[in-house]
Design a protein around this ligand. Structure first.
Ligand code: ACM
Ligand code: ZN
Length: 629
């Protein structure tokens, strides 16, 4: 009897505390919730399930309406939304008056056989809980929509680790339409991101209507059309029509803001100044030090010839910037405006009489201090309009503006320095957060630069040991779009690395679990397939690393980020399969005379990765970049 009850308790324990991560289990929520207690049984969807909204709060009603649309698309069941208690099968949504101790984005979700109930104390928490509920539907419920899917019984309590969980979309280097931005918002909201940072201006296009400065969108939003490898495009011809580009009207922005708000997302606008400003300068040529006429750059290599930096000694720029920020401050409810501040080439300032006079008048010792003077002025300007300034970590150079928040991209150090000066920080180091980088082997991926593998995204830790965690607002993955000409490709670069970042930013640090994440990601891939969302499977490919030995010897190591994979390779230029050489886990060299290796990954006897072909010469060149190997 004793034995039996021990066994019973053990079984009950295993059932209740089964981790949300277990591969083959029923629960695959991503990002992983704080607490998941799975129970026996299911809520079976019938034809007549009521969605009972126990509040008149408009923001909650908007979140519920978004959910009902998704629920119907995924399950085939049209929920009956009502605002009064009703009998029968129900999903009850309660907006609690008492604030949730874990914040406005926290929620509690209970699924039992006859009822589903969701509690939160703000619309953001309700939205998040409803995203979790959508992910409790089986991934294959989407196609075909049968209307008889089941939801596993479970108790979930959940809240985010960080309040800033961002994605940045660069809409300047390539323009994405309003509809595409709305789709991006929808996709990111499913994983509880709450901030969309729009990089609205750069050298390659101005993307937001400023009514008092019409040339910004008549001139700055357009460039000559080029296709191929951005950065290597031929320069504009004399009188060649500028037909490529676009911009968002203020009505478009209001629509985006409303759409985002219904999905618990705030939009952060960025106007990148004083550098990366060629679209602004092409529209109003008196704003640069050289005051020369320039074209909006179509993706040509220009840096040494063209002046993409505002003349900070020229008072006219402050008049123009005041107009821009007045309109943006009225348009965007976000408490922050991002002013860029990155990568300013200061050579024109060194030679410009106006900039030199400004330095003398303001007792500035060098051009770093001149940039700091400019950022401080921007902070004052934004403050006068009720906004706070955030900028890339270069704003630390020459002295940080008194209340500025720093977005640390060149690594963690800028963020650490800012936090130690009691400034708020958003961590976005390129080595963990730049999703425009290669996510697989460059020989099989669309051309870009650098490398950011999925597992590296997942290993991001936004809070360094040496800083007070309260200064770290959160983190953000950034999609620069030089090499992202289409929205399909934007999706491909975003997913699944931004699934990893979503979990880093939402879930407790001590529950991070790579294999569990992969299991949940694979369920998510089925949902992406059903919804027609593009994503990369590069994590299934081999990772080929190399080291140079004596003379022309090259040592090679093979790996795969996905656990339990077999790797096969050939040197004889035939296709690799599971009858080829099998990687034994130790470094090897090329046989005498062989110049190329082909590598492929298998799992459970089936190919799962792309075949990658790399020459010995390429591996020798790559080895130079990896002295640490
Ligand atoms: C940046 O990547 N230049 C912020
Ligand atoms: Zn100047």
């Amino acid at each position: 009897m004793k034995k039996l009850s021990v066994l019973f308790c053990l079984a009950a324990f295993l059932l209740c505390c089964k981790p949300a991560l277990a591969d083959g289990g029923r629960i695959h929520v991503l990002p992983q919730p704080v607490s998941v207690k799975e129970q026996a049984g299911s809520f079976v969807l019938g034809g007549n399930v009521a969605l009972v909204v126990h509040t008149a709060d408009d923001a909650t009603k908007n979140a519920v309406a978004v959910f009902a649309g998704h629920f119907s698309a995924v399950s085939g069941v049209n929920l009956r939304t009502v605002f009064k208690p009703t009998s029968g099968k129900r999903i009850d949504v309660y907006l609690d008056e008492k604030p949730n101790p874990n914040g406005a984005e926290a929620y509690a979700l209970t699924v039992s056989p006859g009822n589903i109930s969701l509690h939160a104390s703000a619309a953001g928490g309700i939205f998040n809980g409803l995203q979790t509920l959508l992910q409790l539907l089986p991934a294959n419920a989407a196609k075909p929509a049968t209307g008889t899917a089941t939801i596993p019984c479970v108790e979930i309590t959940d809240y985010p680790r960080f309040g800033w969980r961002g994605l940045m979309l660069d809409v300047s280097r390539h323009f994405f339409t309003k509809e595409e931005v709305l789709k991006y918002i929808d996709e990111m909201s499913a994983f509880k991101y709450n901030t969309l940072h729009l990089h609205l201006s750069d050298d390659n296009g101005w993307r937001v209507e400023i009514k008092s400065l019409p040339l910004l969108t008549q001139v700055g939003a357009w460039r000559v059309k080029r296709t191929g490898r951005f950065g290597q495009f031929p320069k504009p011809e004399w009188r060649e029509p500028a037909t490529d580009g676009g911009f968002y009207t203020q009505d478009d922005i209001r629509e985006m803001l409303q759409y985002a708000a219904a999905r618990n997302i705030t939009i952060l606008p960025e106007i990148d100044i004083p550098a990366h400003s060629l679209a602004l300068i092409a529209s109003y040529p008196n704003l640069s030090c050289t005051q020369m006429p320039y074209f909006v750059n179509p993706g040509s290599n220009f840096y040494t010839e063209e002046d993409n930096v505002l003349c900070v000694g020229n008072d006219s720029i402050y008049v123009v910037l005041d107009k821009i920020f007045t309109e943006l401050a009225q348009l965007f409810p976000n408490q922050y405006i991002h002013v860029g501040g990155d990568e300013a080439y200061k050579g024109f300032w060194e030679k410009c009489p106006k900039c030199q006079k400004r330095m003398a008048d303001e007792h500035l010792k060098n051009t770093d201090e001149l940039q700091s003077y400019f950022v401080r002025r921007m902070e004052q300007m934004l403050k006068s309009k009720g906004k706070k300034l955030i900028g890339w970590d270069e704003i630390l150079e020459g002295g940080l503006a008194p209340e500025a928040t720093v977005m640390s991209w060149r690594g963690m150090q800028g963020g650490i320095n800012a936090a130690k000066m009691n400034h708020h920080v958003v961590m976005s180091p390129w080595g963990f957060c730049y999703i425009d980088l290669y996510q697989g082997d460059p020989n099989v991926e669309p051309a870009t630069y650098g490398k950011l593998l999925l597992k590296t995204s997942y290993s991001f830790e936004p809070v360094p040991d040496s800083v007070d965690a309260s200064y770290i607002l959160g983190g953000q993955a950034n999609l620069w779009s030089e090499s992202v000409p289409t929205f399909r490709h934007a999706e491909y670069m975003t997913w699944p690395r931004s699934l990893a970042t979503a979990e880093v930013l939402w879930s407790p640090k001590n529950t991070r679990n790579w294999d569990g994440f992969v299991a949940n990601m694979q369920e998510q891939f089925k949902r992406f397939d059903a919804a027609g969302i593009n994503y990369s499977k590069a994590a299934y490919d081999a990772v080929i690393t190399s080291k140079k030995g004596e003379e022309d010897t090259v040592f090679v190591k093979l790996a795969c980020e996905i656990t339990g994979t077999d790797i096969y390779y050939t040197f004889d230029e035939t296709n690799a399969d599971n009858y080829s050489l099998k990687y034994a886990g130790t470094a090897f060299t090329f046989p005498y005379g062989a110049n190329q290796i082909k590598v492929i990954t298998y799992k459970d006897g089936k190919p799962i990765g792309k075949q990658i072909t790399v020459t010995k010469k390429q591996l020798a060149e790559r080895a130079n970049d990896r002295p640490d190997w």
